[in-house]
Design a protein around this ligand. Structure first.
Ligand code: AMP
Ligand code: ZN
Length: 718
């Protein structure tokens, strides 16, 4: 018996559809003004597995997934400050409709690549405006909505059950309401059903309240009930949809129809990247093509999602994706071998079947189902039964366990036979050419006792198999003795010209100093990796560390710090170009045991809030363009704080770590260098700079804000 966890009742419930044998599913779909990311796709995979399970168990399913091409868009753009993207596209001669079209297409492409069955209906919000207006009117008639100068709001106070889905009531509800200045609302909890078009707005529709456009929640009430009826079975979305979106939807739909509309609310937990929320501003948003460009197959991601239950967070790392990729290939190889086996009879594998469906019917427990699959594969079950069961299971899993074999096997076999013939007639060169063609088709020929056999080839390791995905992977050499005089550490991300300029200047001006140059490629995709590999091969002083994605500035610098073996460590920003011997004066400054960090640029503060350029010699903090310290110092104060993903304030934070340990920081005057544009600053859009800077500022204040006694301005000197 199928049991599903219902967010509304907070427990697993037996599935009892409105109409026996049928199931209606509504899934909140994409907002089409940007590419969907792998978090969104995880949520769509949940709906896909649910649908496939229901179909496999004999239900006739109708699946509706909306395309939000108005409403939500505006709210999101304002909140995320991304209107520039649209504006840019518009400048490029595109209309909002074209933008929506473009991203709808890429969304459908991603879904298809992941074997997500297309929904039976993909309703577009812009094609259901009348229905939304009708629903809004109905809510007004029932006294659940009111109009204020062309805007219509839902009156939350009139719907006492508001909050039943999310548990947001009273005070917590008010906190949940996004702070917005909307003087029209009678109650801050109220939300817009219809908004009056502001002057100049082109995307708008006529309504009884004047020209305008619908709110976000109303679209899902309108489209779900239009396509699935006033009572339907299952509504899916990600956990962030619970409030306010689905809470609003319940209020609207139940308010309008006077009864419960959705039977089961299912919400997928989020996908995190390296343990943090995916966000543009964090630089850790990945799309399916991003994974593909790193050598992965879309179904590797599908496999990965099957290893974590949908109500648990999935912490995405490239290491786990790689493991999923390897596991999927092995599974396909097993499937291929049993499908190829001559053994056709014997054994039903009933117990495996029961275990597999039992796992899925227990609230879609895919990890347990996958464990059953592997158990079956490794068991003594006869190959014929294994093949039959794997085929049936794959109907729900959707991992294409057999597809490659089925598609190309015929031609590959022919090639293999031909190759065998060529070999017996000792045409080796030609037979090797055929081997290559077979390999290109994804197969290998293995010589067995019974002659050559064709099997799928394990995929080549993903292209970045050797790259780091976290600073934790870097072994620490901190406790090892010094091996060189200086470790210079550079971090580069997608700005090869700057990185190259900086690195070449270091090598050119190192003179007689014994140095090592540690270059951390922080997930570049602009050819930095290739350049760095060549440089390290050419110059024995260079050591390359490659990260498979942007680890954040703090973590990337720590990769370098952990590997450093110099008596002195110099952190350089790639905007700096040395023009002479900077190392000698830095070493002299650091010979003074009371100095913590010595650098090229310093800042002072009176209150730890505002920092101003300061000439030194002593300063409160040394700027991150160039910071030098003894490696001893790192042993004492520790590594950098990796929460500082964006570079700003990381230098202040580290400077204060030294201050708190009792050291002084200083500027070395007249260091021979030139300062160029700073890539991380230049390429970050203005609002984002502000947001990221603010976040780091508060992080800094929280840690050091109480230590104004350390500031030079407050020092009591004799
Ligand atoms: P949106 O385009 O923002 O409306 O999101 C589309 C769907 O993806 C919604 O169901 C969201 O709840 C879901 N979603 C958004 N972010 C994530 C994430 N990081 N992990 C999983 N699902 C997400
Ligand atoms: Zn929705």
């Amino acid at each position: 018996m199928l049991r599903l966890y219902n967010t509304l009742t907070r427990r697993k419930e037996p599935f009892a559809p409105v109409e026996p044998g049928r199931a209606g599913i509504y899934s909140c779909g994409p907002t089409v003004y940007r590419d969907v990311h792998i978090g969104n796709l995880r949520t769509y995979l949940l709906a896909d597995w649910l649908r496939r399970l229901l179909e496999a168990r004999g239900y006739r399913v109708k699946h509706v997934k909306n395309i939000t091409d108005v409403g939500h868009m505006r709210q999101e753009l304002l909140e995320r400050g991304e209107d520039k993207v649209i504006a840019a596209a518009l400048r490029a001669g595109k209309t909002p409709r074209e933008i929506a079209q473009q991203y709808t297409e890429s969304f459908l492409r991603d879904e298809a690549a992941l074997n997500i069955e297309p929904a039976h209906i993909f309703p577009h919000a812009t094609e259901h405006i009348e229905r939304m207006i009708a629903l809004t009117q109905r809510l007004m008639e029932r006294g659940l909505a009111y109009e204020v100068s062309g805007n219509v709001y839902f009156a939350v106070e009139r719907f006492p059950e508001y909050g039943k889905l999310s548990g947001n009531t009273g005070a917590s509800l008010l906190e949940g309401v996004r702070s917005e200045v909307d003087p029209g609302k009678r109650d801050p909890r109220d939300f817009a059903l219809w908004k009056a078009a502001e002057p100049g707005r082109t995307v708008k529709w006529p309504s009884p309240w004047g020209d305008g456009f619908p709110g976000w929640h109303i679209e899902c009430s309108a489209m779900s009930t239009f396509h699935l009826g006033e009572r339907f079975d299952i509504h899916t979305g990600g956990v962030d949809n619970v409030f306010p979106h689905h809470e609003g939807e319940i209020a609207q739909s139940e308010g309008a129809f006077g009864h419960q509309v959705v039977g089961y609310w299912m919400h997928g937990q989020h996908l995190l990247v390296d343990g943090v929320k995916m966000a543009k501003s964090t630089g850790n948003v990945y799309t399916l093509p991003d994974l593909q460009s790193r050598g992965f197959e879309p179904l590797d991601f599908r496999y990965l999602c099957a290893t974590v239950h949908y109500r648990h967070r999935l912490n995405f790392t490239f290491a786990s994706l790689r493991a999923a990729s390897v596991a999927l290939s092995r599974l396909r190889q097993e499937a291929f071998l049993v499908a190829e086996s001559e053994e056709r009879d014997g054994g039903s594998g009933e117990e495996w079947e029961a275990a597999f469906w039992g796992a899925l019917e227990d609230d879609l427990h895919l990890p347990r189902a996958m464990a059953v699959v592997w158990g079956l594969v490794r068991s003594e079950t006869p190959a014929g039964a294994k093949a039959r069961l794997l085929r049936a299971f794959d109907q729900v899993l959707g991992l294409d366990l057999f597809a490659p074999a089925a598609e190309v096997l015929g031609s590959v076999r022919a090639m293999a036979d031909e190759r065998q013939e060529l070999r017996t007639r000792s045409g080796f060169a030609k037979s090797d050419a055929l081997r290559e063609r077979i390999a290109a088709a994804g197969f290998q020929v293995r010589d067995t006792r019974n002659g050559p056999a064709v099997a799928p080839r394990l995929p080549p390791p993903p292209i970045q198999a050797d790259a780091l995905h976290s600073s934790r992977e870097v072994p620490s050499r901190m406790e090892e003795p010094d091996e060189v005089g200086f470790s210079l550490i550079l971090v580069g991300r997608d700005d090869l010209p700057a990185l190259r300029r900086c690195a070449e200047a270091v090598l050119r001006h190192a003179g007689d100093h014994e140095i090592e140059l540690i270059v951390v490629d922080n997930g570049s995709s602009d050819g930095t990796a290739e350049w760095l590999r060549d440089l390290a091969a050419r110059d024995g002083r260079v050591r390359a560390l490659r990260c498979d994605h942007n680890l954040g500035t703090g973590a990337a610098r720590n990769c370098g710090l952990k590997q450093a073996r110099g008596c002195y460590v110099v952190l350089l920003d790639s905007s700096i170009e040395l023009t002479g011997d900077a190392l000698s004066p830095l070493a002299r400054a650091l010979e003074d045991a009371s100095t913590g960090i010595a650098g090229a640029f310093g800042v002072n503060s009176r209150d730890l809030r505002e920092f101003e350029d300061a000439p030194g010699p002593e300063v409160d903090a040394v700027e991150g363009y160039l910071m030098a310290f003894r490696r001893d110092g790192v042993r004492e104060v520790g590594l950098m704080d990796e929460k500082f993903r964006f570079y700003r304030h990381l230098d202040l934070d580290y400077s204060f770590a030294f201050r708190e340990a009792g050291y002084r920081n200083g500027v070395v005057p007249g260091l021979p260098l030139r300062r160029h544009a700073h890539s991380d600053w230049e390429r970050t859009p203005e609002e984002e700079r502000e947001r990221l800077s603010k976040r780091n500022f508060y992080r800094f204040l929280k840690k050091h804000g109480h230590r104004s006694d350390l500031l030079l301005a407050n020092a009591t000197r004799p």
